[in-house]
Design a protein. Structure first.
Length: 287
């Protein structure tokens, strides 16, 4: 049964309630707009949107541990600082790459489930149920990962929140911007009414069309994406081959000032190009 939407008054802060509160373990404070705050916010969103049941602090510790393990093992085996620094950076980035992969896979699964969920919600509304009861029913029937997010909304409604407040941050928690249309449609129906069944059916059609467009776009740009990936990976592979076959290659290269400048210039250019390629690909693949 849905709890009535009763305004909740603010409780006085007391020490007795401290055990009920969960400590905020996010890095972003929301009080600044600098580069550090942007990076912290991106890392916090990555942890939430990837669906991993862990805190940002734990994952950051895993990144540091991976960097120490890769860099320390390379230093023990080669007794050279530059390869150790390279593999330390690689170890630091690997957990981040895993989190990004899990987030992208989760977002793809949510997008694939969204049309079916909208159709089921429309069928439930067509059967005569109200919006709150229909959303509770669909949340229980939808599998993960979209079902997990809908269950969070259902628990909020059971605690007394209205539908608009319960689904407001769906897009932020998942990183799927298409869910903004879903939450906006439910909020608009709650405020102004209208034909909810028609809105949900059109939403399902729009999501399917969007998925087809993304699939065609990826098929048309597959050569460009693989070409960009090869341009990034080939220098790293060549450097690793030279390091293994010619152990003194990096030492001889860094003995001269021009060699050191060329090496750091190449590393800087590779990192800068990789960043821009990632941004372009991320924007083109955004749902």
């Amino acid at each position: 049964m849905i709890a009535p939407n009763i305004p909740v008054s603010t409780l006085e802060r007391r020490q007795d309630f401290s055990g009920l509160l969960r400590e905020n373990q996010q890095f972003a404070t929301g009080s600044g707009k600098g580069i550090g705050e942007s990076v912290n916010g991106w890392f916090d969103r990555l942890m939430i949107q990837s669906g991993m049941q862990t805190t940002p602090m734990v994952w950051l510790g895993l990144c540091v541990l991976s960097a120490v393990a890769f860099g320390g093992m390379t230093l023990i085996l080669t007794d050279r600082g530059l390869p150790a620094a390279f593999f330390a950076v690689l170890g630091l980035v690997l957990p981040l790459g895993l989190a990004i992969y899990l987030r992208n896979r989760r977002q793809s699964a949510i997008m694939a489930q969204l049309p079916g969920m909208a159709d089921e919600l429309a069928r439930s509304a067509r059967a005569g149920r109200n919006l709150e009861h229909s959303l509770l029913l669909v949340a229980g029937d939808t599998p993960a990962p979209l079902g997990d997010e809908l269950k969070v909304c259902a628990r909020r409604m059971e605690m007394g929140l209205d539908v608009a407040s319960a689904v407001r941050d769906l897009a932020d928690r998942t990183g799927v911007t298409t869910l903004t249309m879903f939450s906006s449609a439910l909020s608009l129906h709650q405020d102004t009414g209208g034909d909810l069944i028609l809105v949900l059916e059109r939403l399902a059609t729009a999501v399917r069309d969007r998925l087809h467009f993304v699939a065609r776009q990826r098929a048309a740009t597959v050569a460009s994406r693989w070409g960009a990936a090869m341009m990034i990976l080939i220098p790293l592979i060549v450097m690793m081959i030279y390091t293994v076959w010619y152990p003194n290659y990096l030492t001889q290269l860094t003995d001269s000032s021009w060699g050191r400048r060329s090496l750091w210039f190449g590393i800087t250019g590779l990192l800068t190009g990789s960043f821009f390629v990632y941004r372009i690909l991320a924007r083109s693949a955004r749902f």
